[in-house]
Design a binder for this molecule. Structure first.
Ligand SMILES: C[S@@+](CC[C@H](N)C(=O)[O-])C[C@H]1O[C@@H](n2cnc3c(N)ncnc32)[C@H](O)[C@@H]1O
Length: 232
C-alpha cells in the first residue's frame, strides 16, 4: 500500500519486448477510448517511449497497469500511465515548447515530454532525491536521451538559469504553487500541478497573463508530496 494505492508484489520480469510493445499499443488505445489522450503528438510520444525501461526490474511486468510503482529513493514513484496525458493535454504541451518539470522520478514522463516538444523544444527536469535522480539519469542515457537538462536539487526554486519557460509541470503535490515557478513562467505560459486544498489534492492548471493568473481545477488526484522549501 502506498498512500492509497495498492502496489502489486515485486517479482522477476517474465515479459518480452514484444509483449511490452503489444501492451503499450493496447494502453494507448485505452487512453484514447476513455478520453485521456487526444493529441497526435502525445499519442506518438507514448507509443514511442518504452515505459518498461524506466521501471525497476522487480516491477517491470506491471509497466502498463494503472498503478504508480516504487522507484529507488524516498517515496519516489513512477506515476500511472494515464497521468501523462492527464497533465500534458491541458498543459497543451507541443512542438517547440521549453518545459520545466519538477519531479523527474523515473525519467519516463521526461522522455515522453522530450518526444512531444521535438528538436526545437527543450526539457529541463529537477529531482530532489539523489537516488531517484541517478536512477532516472541512467534510464534516460540507456534510452538514448542525451539532450535533456537534468538538475539535482529543490525544484520548488525552479531553474532560473534557463528561464522563462513556456510550460511548467509539477509531479508532486504542493500546498502552494512555489512562487519562483510562477515567476519563471512566460507570459501566456501554463503550469500544472497537484495542489492540496481543504484536505484533498486537485490537479490545477494556471495560465499567466500580463494582468493576472487564471486557475482552473481539472480533477481530484493522488500524488506524493512535494519536498524542499515549499514542501509539506
Ligand atoms: C510522482 S513522482 C514523479 C514521476 C515521474 N513523472 C515519472 O514519470 O516517473 C514525484 C517526484 O517528485 C520528486 N520531488 C518531490 N519534491 C521535489 C522537489 N522539491 N524538487 C524536485 N523533485 C521533487 C520526488 O522525489 C519524486 O521523484
Amino acid at each position: 500500500m502506498m498512500r492509497g494505492w495498492i502496489i502489486p508484489p515485486p517479482k522477476e520480469t517474465t515479459k518480452s519486448k514484444e509483449d511490452f510493445k503489444k501492451e503499450r499499443e493496447k494502453k494507448v488505445g485505452w487512453l484514447i477510448k476513455y478520453g485521456y489522450l487526444k493529441s497526435e503528438r502525445i499519442k506518438n510520444a507514448m507509443l514511442k517511449v518504452p515505459r518498461e525501461d524506466f521501471i525497476p526490474p522487480l516491477y517491470r511486468d506491471y509497466a502498463y497497469l494503472e498503478v504508480p510503482l516504487p522507484l529507488p529513493g524516498e517515496e519516489s514513484t513512477i506515476s500511472c500511465p494515464h497521468s501523462y496525458p492527464l497533465f500534458y493535454e491541458p498543459l497543451g504541451l507541443n512542438e517547440g515548447h521549453k518545459l520545466l518539470e519538477i519531479g523527474l522520478g523515473s525519467g519516463y514522463g521526461t522522455a515522453v515530454a522530450r518526444e512531444i516538444v521535438g528538436p526545437d523544444g527543450l526539457v529541463v527536469s529537477v529531482e530532489i532525491d539523489p537516488l531517484t535522480f541517478e536512477f532516472a539519469r541512467s534510464n534516460l542515457k540507456n534510452a538514448g536521451y542525451s539532450d535533456i537538462v537534468l538538475v539535482k536539487g529543490d525544484g520548488g526554486l525552479g531553474y532560473p538559469d534557463m528561464s522563462p519557460y513556456d510550460r511548467v509541470c509539477i509531479t508532486a503535490a504542493c500546498i502552494e504553487i512555489p512562487p519562483p515557478l510562477i515567476k519563471q513562467l512566460t507570459i501566456g505560459g501554463r503550469l500544472i500541478a497537484p495542489l492540496t486544498e481543504h484536505g484533498i489534492q486537485n490537479l490545477v492548471l494556471l495560465e499567466k497573463s500580463e494582468k493576472d493568473i487564471r486557475k482552473k481545477v481539472i480533477c481530484e488526484v493522488l500524488y506524493v508530496s512535494l519536498k524542499g522549501k515549499y514542501g509539506v
